[in-house]
Design a protein around this ligand. Structure first.
Ligand code: DX5
Ligand code: ZN
Length: 236
């Protein structure tokens, strides 16, 4: 994989909500590839975050694709509202959805990209039947619900396995990782096969600003191409 094939998806969960438009514009200028919007309902995960009005406001300040990570109990019910607000893609969890295929079809029918998400304790094998129908797989590298948690290193093996599955079935499918991604863990995830990195705290929570933070992440991934053996050893 080439370095520029690794995409960055800043998660606004860690942004300063009083300056949200400014911070997203800054991330766009710094070369973000998409904006990750975490939607939580206080039921599917023990936290409440944001809804479609935030997407509607963001749509006015950025041209970047807005990807919506739905951590809610009834994703189907809200899809249309989020599409009207200007969403470009949806990430829906395998967990708690008895009709995942229907949800994915509904997203496709709305003309949007669909991704499936699996939690740290969920094995890669559950993806087998749905893989041909999705545009991306999101591997949670923390338990969903909160930003600023520690990366779970046990997920690296699963990322490698999913990359293998995708190479066999649908090589254009993105492998995205979410949670605890920083300059130390980003190269490990990429070495394992991820090509999209969601980062909240490591982009919006750094004292030297969004541009410097994103440069650090890119430089860390770049290191991988310079010293692949070193990173691969740490990733084991
Ligand atoms: C957690 C969310 C993440 C979160 C990541 O449930 O899905 O997208 O914003 O935050 P960091 O990068 O701070 O771990
Ligand atoms: Zn997320």
């Amino acid at each position: 994989m080439e370095n520029d094939a690794v995409k960055l998806a800043p998660s606004i969960l860690a942004a300063d909500f009083a300056r949200l438009g400014e911070q997203v514009a800054e991330a766009e200028r710094a070369g973000a590839d998409r904006i990750h919007v975490d939607v939580m309902d206080g039921h599917f995960v023990p936290n409440i975050s944001m809804g479609a009005p935030i997407v509607q406001s963001l749509r006015r300040v950025t041209r970047l694709p807005l990807e919506i990570h739905l951590m809610i109990s009834d994703p189907d019910f809200f899809l249309e509202e989020f599409v009207k607000a200007g969403s470009d893609s949806f990430l829906v969890h395998w967990e708690g959805n008895d009709n995942l295929h229907r949800t994915v079809q509904q997203i496709k029918a709305l003309g949007k990209r669909a991704g499936v998400v699996i939690n740290p304790a969920t094995p890669a094998d559950v993806l087998e039947e749905i893989l041909p129908d999705v545009d991306q797989v999101l591997v949670m590298t923390v338990n969903p619900g909160f930003g600023h948690q520690h990366f779970l290193f046990t997920t690296l093996r699963k990322i490698r396995r999913i990359r293998q599955m995708i190479n066999q079935v649908k090589s254009e499918c993105d492998v995205e990782v979410d949670g605890g991604i920083d300059a130390e863990t980003a190269p490990l995830a990429v070495a394992a096969g991820a090509n999209v990195l969601v980062a909240g705290t490591a982009v919006f929570g750094e004292s030297d600003g969004v541009v410097a933070a994103m440069e650090r992440l890119r430089a860390a991934v770049q290191q991988l191409w310079k010293q692949p053996q070193r990173v691969e050893l740490r990733a084991r």
